[in-house]
Design a protein around this ligand. Structure first.
Ligand code: GLU
Length: 444
C-alpha cells in the first residue's frame, strides 16, 4: 500500500496554492527578494519519519523561529531562575518589535518578542562572550535540534544589519535599563546572525518534533533539552509565540507555534508531531498567510487542537476478580491495562480503597499496561504500601518492570514482585477454581 499521508499533504498544499494575499517582509532585503510562489510543508513523527510536499528542501532564514530554541539553550545553560530573572513569561498582545518593558519589573515581558529574544541572546556564553562565540553557540545549538549542521547566511545577516534601526533601538533601551550589559550593537549583530541561520521545512519539522518529543531529537536520539526546560519553552510558545495574534491562533488552531518573517512557521503537538510550513507572503502580524491557513486546515482535518478533550479514558481496570484459595484465604487479582496517568491511578485507588475488603492477598497485574507516568506510579506504590500495612500480602505481577521497582533497590518493601506469571505458583493459588480460567496456561 502507498501511504495516503503524502497524498494528503499534496492535496492540502494544492488547496492553498492559489492564495496570493499578503506582503513580503520588506525591511530585510533578501526576504523582500524571495520567490513569493514557494510553498512547502513537512511533518515529522516522534520516531523520525518525515513526510513532506512542495519545496521542502528550499532553505530560508529561521528568523524569529529561532527564539524558542535559543530560549531553551539559554535555560539549559543558566538554569530557569536565572533566565526568569532577566526575561518574563507574560504575553504582551503587542507586535514582535515593540519597544516595551514590564512597567514594574523593568524586564522584557517574554522571550518571543524582540526585546526578550535580544536579551536572551546576550546571555549566551556569559558576560563578555564575543560575537563569534555567541554566533557559534546559536549555530551549534540550532543544529542539535535539526540533527544536522546548519549555517549562518552572512548575506542575509548583512542586509538585515543595514536596516536594523528598530532592533538597535530596542537593544539601546535594554542597555539603558541595564537589562543587557554588553555593547548593544554587538548583541544585535549576534541576534541577527541567530535569525539568519538557514533551515528548510524538513529541518524545522525535525526541530519541532524534538520539542514535541520532550527535548529528544527523533533522528539522532540526542537529548537537547531536559523535560522541564522543554515544557517551559512550549508553555511560552503557546502563550506568546504568535505575538498579538496569540489568542486567535490558540482558539482556532490550538497548536503551540512560532512564525518568522521569512515565511516559515512551525508548530509542536506534544507527544505527537512537529509540523512546518513555508510560504513567504505575510499577514499584518508578520505570519505567513498560506502557512497559517494550512495550519488551520491541518488542525481541523487531523484533529490536532491541543484543547480537544480526549475521549474519557476507557477503564484501565481490565479485570477485578476474587478467589478463595486452598487455605481458605481470600485473593483479589486486579488487572490493569493501557496508559496510566493521574486520573487512571485515582480510578485504581478508588476501586481498591474499600475499607471493608476482607481480602488476604492483593495481586496487581500490570502485564497489559504500556506506560505509567511518575505521579501514577507514586500513587500506586503508596496504595500498595498501605495495603501491606493493613496486613495484606501484596503481590505485583510486573514482568516489564513498568513500576520501575524490581531489583534489589525495590521501592516496595514487603511487596512480592513477580516477573513471570509462572511465579504465581509460589503463591498458594493452585487451589483456586477460577485461576484455571485466567492464568492456567501461564501458571502451569
Ligand atoms: N530578524 C527579525 C527581526 O528581528 C525577526 C522577526 C520575525 O521573524 O518575526 O526583526
Amino acid at each position: 500500500m502507498r501511504s495516503p499521508i503524502p497524498d494528503f499533504l499534496d492535496e492540502t498544499l494544492e488547496r492553498h496554492r492559489h492564495d496570493r494575499s499578503g506582503a513580503m517582509a520588506d525591511y530585510i532585503p533578501d526576504l523582500a527578494a524571495a520567490d513569493p510562489n514557494k510553498l512547502a510543508i513537512s511533518i515529522s513523527t516522534l520516531d523520525g519519519v518525515l513526510y513532506d510536499s512542495g519545496d521542502s528542501d528550499f532553505e530560508f532564514s529561521i528568523q524569529s523561529m529561532s527564539k524558542p530554541f535559543i530560549y531553551g539553550i539559554a535555560l539549559e545553560a543558566l538554569g530557569i531562575p536565572a533566565v526568569l530573572d532577566k526575561v518574563g513569561v507574560e504575553p504582551t498582545g503587542e507586535a514582535f518589535n515593540e519597544l516595551s518593558l514590564d512597567k514594574t519589573s523593568g524586564k522584557p515581558l517574554n522571550p518571543m518578542i524582540n526585546a526578550g529574544a535580544i536579551t536572551i541572546h546576550s546571555l549566551l556564553g556569559g558576560q563578555n562572550a564575543t560575537l563569534a562565540e555567541r554566533t557559534e553557540i546559536v549555530r551549534a545549538g540550532l543544529s542539535r535540534f535539526a540533527g544536522r549542521q546548519l549555517r549562518v547566511d552572512e548575506h542575509i545577516a548583512a542586509g538585515e544589519w543595514q536596516q536594523a534601526y528598530r532592533n538597535i533601538a530596542i537593544a539601546n533601551m535594554l542597555r539603558s535599563y541595564d537589562v543587557i550589559t554588553d555593547d548593544p550593537d554587538e548583541v544585535v549583530q549576534g541576534y541577527i546572525n541567530q535569525c539568519s541561520v538557514l533551515v528548510s521545512v524538513r529541518d524545522l519539522a525535525m526541530m519541532a518534533a524534538t520539542l514535541a518529543g520532550g527535548g529528544v531529537n527523533p533522528i539522532t536520539g540526542e537529548r537537547v533539552l531536559s523535560p522541564r526546560v522543554n515544557r517551559q519553552v512550549l508553555g511560552v510558545m503557546m502563550t506568546c509565540g504568535m505575538y498579538d495574534a496569540a489568542g486567535d491562533w490558540m482558539t482556532e488552531v490550538g497548536v503551540p507555534a512560532k512564525s518568522g518573517v521569512s515565511g516559515g512557521l512551525f508548530g509542536v503537538l506534544p507527544g505527537q508531531v512537529g509540523i512546518a510550513t513555508y510560504s513567504p507572503k505575510l499577514d499584518k502580524h508578520g505570519t505567513s498567510v498560506r502557512g497559517a491557513k494550512i495550519f488551520r486546515s491541518l488542525s481541523a482535518d487531523l484533529g490536532l487542537h491541543i484543547m480537544n478533550a480526549p475521549e474519557p479514558a476507557r477503564s484501565i481496570i481490565r479485570r477485578d476478580r476474587r478467589f478463595v484459595d486452598a487455605k481458605g484465604d481470600m485473593v483479589r487479582i486486579v488487572s490493569l491495562q493501557g496508559l496510566i496517568q493521574w486520573s487512571g491511578a485515582e480510578n485504581v485507588m478508588r476501586e481498591i480503597a474499600s475499607p471493608d475488603d476482607a481480602i488476604d492477598v492483593f495481586a496487581l497485574d500490570l502485564r497489559r499496561v504500556y506506560s505509567i507516568n511518575e505521579v501514577a506510579r507514586r500513587m500506586i506504590v503508596e496504595a500498595l504500601r498501605r495495603l501491606g500495612e493493613e496486613g495484606k500480602q501484596v503481590v505485583l505481577l510486573d514482568p516489564e518492570n513498568s513500576m520501575g521497582c524490581s531489583g534489589p533497590a525495590s521501592a516496595l518493601p514487603g511487596v512480592e514482585i513477580l516477573e513471570s506469571p509462572k511465579q504465581l505458583r509460589n503463591l498458594d493459588l493452585r487451589g483456586l477454581r477460577r485461576v484455571r480460567d485466567d492464568f492456567a496456561d501461564q501458571v502451569s
